[in-house]
Design a protein. Sequence first.
Length: 95
Amino acid sequence: MAPVIGVGRWVLHLPGCTSLKAKRRIVRGLRDRLQVRFRVSAAETDFQDKWQKAEICVALVASDPSVAQALLARLDQHVGSDPRALVVERETTLY
């Protein structure tokens, strides 16, 4: 069976941020936790100049589509549970 690539994307609203420095602290913390806890590649991919908006994307490789989908669901739950960030938009894709 061929490997499966999973991609997750979340657009976040960060209502408590009043500066880019505050935003970076939240986004960097969330991104680092996703990388360490779930062993995925993660990056801030858009809205770098907006104080209260961010986009985080992750990529992963799995041996089975159901494994990739389950991991993306766990990632989505983790991102949605951060009290400092509200998920405005979410998208997951398997290749």
